[in-house]
Write a protein that binds this ligand. Structure first.
Ligand code: CP
Length: 305
């Protein structure tokens, strides 16, 4: 399969995902061998209007390990002509003449779609706005679930946090909806619940889902706990207890012995560092998988057949 742009999770079919995962396994071996020079003629630009540690560094590492080169700005809002009022579309038209792929994190929802509309080279959405999507994060999340649980069909998954603005949870929900007999629990304070567009999508596909606000009732029954941040200021305003959604040693005791805990990171207080020692804590392995999945995605964009 040849990808044109990577904008949202909905664009991936199950066969696409299986091809991606097969390539990801190959990339793990490529990294073990010290990388490849196969893509030495390729240049990738990373254009980030919002801060990032994992997404930007893993994409840049991925390109270097494929033999390619990287153009990067630390903060496009401060160190690009955005300062002079240049529109995103013009910036993309220019940068596209210098590279073969652009990885874009934009501060506005829909930024990646706007970029793709004018770009002659592939655009990869590295997160757009609050409440948009972050498809490459969801792809590495799904790969981690596949790798750790050895299955995707029939899994029960709890997504926790500020789900209305959580672009990684939104993208992952779209991906999980493609698999058979999946059960999705959305755990959030009522005012931060998953938005109607996702619920509508799940209804249309007959995907089992349940919106809840009490983690203690749900976590003992799931195979995957996908924890994300909750905006504490919003919680304080709404008079909701933030610690109710944290994962700590006590919560861990109630979970299945073979469940896994994921988090797109960065974390704040929502996972106690004591949990890191438990083998079910898979979030650092998940972040590592970001390198392999992003290498695989770049090869799928570059390979012509
Ligand atoms: N998970 C994620 O997108 O992390 P960064 O913000 O560090 O890229």
């Amino acid at each position: 399969m040849r990808l044109q742009h990577i904008i949202e999770s909905q664009q991936f079919s199950v066969p696409n995902l299986m091809e991606l995962f097969a390539r990801t396994r190959t990339m793990e071996k490529v990294v073990q061998r010290g990388g490849t020079r196969d893509y030495e003629d390729k240049v990738m630009a990373t254009l980030f209007y919002r801060p990032s540690t994992r997404t930007r560094f893993s994409f840049e590492s991925a390109m270097y390990r494929l033999g390619g080169k990287v153009l990067s700005t630390e903060s496009a809002k401060a160190f690009s002509s955005a300062v002079e009022g240049e529109q995103l579309e013009d910036t993309i038209r220019i940068i596209a003449t210098y590279c073969d792929v652009i990885v874009l994190r934009h501060n506005e929802e829909g930024g990646a779609k706007r970029a793709a509309a004018v770009s002659p080279v592939p655009i990869i959405n590295a997160g757009d706005g609050a409440g948009g999507q972050h498809p490459t994060q969801a792809l590495l999340d799904l790969y981690t679930i596949y790798d750790e649980c050895k299955a995707l069909d029939g899994l029960s998954v709890a997504l926790i946090g500020a789900l209305d603005t959580g672009r990684t949870a939104r993208s992952l929900a779209y991906l999980l909806s493609k698999f058979d007999r999946v059960k999705l629990y959305f755990l959030a304070p009522p005012e931060m619940q998953i938005k109607p567009d996702i619920v509508e999508h799940l209804r249309e596909r007959n995907v089992w889902h349940h919106l809840a606000s009490n983690p203690e009732e749900i976590l003992p029954h799931v195979d995957v706990v996908y924890q994300t941040r909750i905006d504490r200021e919003r919680l304080q305003q709404k008079d909701v207890k933030p610690t109710q959604y944290n994962i700590d040693a006590k919560m861990l005791e109630t979970m299945k012995s073979d469940a896994i805990i994921l988090h797109p990171l960065p974390r704040s207080v929502e996972i106690d560092p004591a949990v890191d020692r438990d083998p079910r804590a898979a979030y650092f392995r998940q972040a590592r998988n970001g390198l392999f999945v992003r290498m695989a995605l770049l090869t799928m964009l570059f390979d012509t057949e």
